[in-house]
Design a protein. Sequence first.
Length: 95
Amino acid sequence: MLVISRKPGEKLRIGDSVSLTILSVSGDKIALGVDAPRDISILRGELVETIESNRESTAALIQGETIRGLAALIKEKGGGTSAAAEAAKQPGVEK
């Protein structure tokens, strides 16, 4: 991680199109101005972490429901203990 000290009013450039300006510093808070093209997403770090966590949880839930649904379908169709039914019982195993 690169650490750079800046004072209010000073800027920092990232690439050719992003500019950060320190607007003010008050105690442990910094007001930061971001000038970037509209097609660049700017998100708070904790929001990105929440989105990624939710994405992982949702993917695991969908995978688990899909596997359970396939196992039920195989059982319903008389698949018994075929290799597909055994694989469907094991979360995280893809066939």
